[in-house]
Design a protein around this ligand. Structure first.
Ligand code: ADE
Length: 261
């Protein structure tokens, strides 16, 4: 990846998306800044700083800026859940963001829809090498760990069957989407969108501006339709943490191998 030693900023919006990681940390030191706890330490051999951003683009942007400026992270990974925005993307699948867009950015007529004013940019590309390690971790998790990591009653309850890994465009905005019509309208404007969430593209913009490589990975918790709220809450409670924990574990092992080469 680089010759420089990695110090990884690991962000999730909510506690359930990061459960177990802080407990796993060695040589842990927690510091509170701007109403958030930043836990620095070692995770499976990788120097990490874990933090919960809470939901939304402003919360995510403030958290990433703090990680970069006060905690000197060299790379950022965001893990969490998302709503599906494409037929082929099902609850329990994983979406690795190749690109991210802020679907609620609209400064027309000053700039085209979705373009961040004064940058000329509407989609931010995730770092290819970091995403490759993360993608391999997610792939291996699904192929090797998933069947034992997710309780069979949850596999049944959420109708999870051979979940798949997708890569592509993720759209972020300050709205929890609970309407099939909204997803339809979003698909008309941005046909390639695979998933919707509320932080990734804000993280992407800040990382782009600071020149920090980043990756975003999301487990699909709901279909962003009228039942999204209920599905989201139960998925978070029962399943999300098992994905995040195991994928981060495998990713750290992958980064360690790269570091030692
Ligand atoms: N994150 C998980 N599900 C979501 C949804 N339906 N809308 C926005 N963000 C989400």
């Amino acid at each position: 990846m680089t010759d420089k030693k990695i110090r990884l900023g690991l962000i999730s919006a909510l506690q359930e998306e990061q459960t177990g990681l802080i407990e796993q940390m060695q040589r842990k030191n927690s510091i509170r800044r701007g109403m958030r706890d930043y836990s620095a330490g070692s995770l499976w051999g990788i120097d990490c700083v874990c933090v919960l951003s809470r939901m939304g683009k402003v919360a995510a942007a403030a958290t990433v800026a703090t990680l970069i400026e006060r905690f000197d992270v060299t790379h950022i990974v965001f893990t969490g859940v998302a709503g599906s925005a494409a037929q082929q993307v099902r609850v329990g699948d994983i979406v690795l963001a190749d690109n991210l867009v802020q679907h609620d950015m609209d400064a027309r007529p000053l700039a085209p829809r979705f373009e961040i004013p004064l940058t000329g940019i509407s989609t931010f590309a995730a770092d290819a090498s970091l995403s490759a390690v993360l993608g391999q971790a997610a792939h291996d998790f699904l192929a090797q760990d998933w069947i034992d990591a997710i309780e069979s009653r949850d596999q049944l309850a959420f109708r999870l069957k051979m979940p798949r890994l997708h890569r592509g465009l993720v759209a972020s905005g300050d709205e929890f989407i609970t309407s099939a019509d909204k997803i339809f309208a979003l698909n008309l404007a941005l046909p390639e969108v695979l998933a919707v969430e509320m932080e990734g593209a804000a993280v992407a913009q800040v990382c782009f501006e600071f020149g920090i490589p980043f990756a975003v990975i999301r487990t699909i918790s709901d279909n962003a339709n009228e039942s999204a709220g209920i599905d989201f809450n139960s998925f978070l409670e029962r399943v999300a943490q098992r994905y995040a924990f195991n994928i981060v574990k495998r990713m750290c092992a992958g980064l360690c191998m790269q570091n030692s080469r």
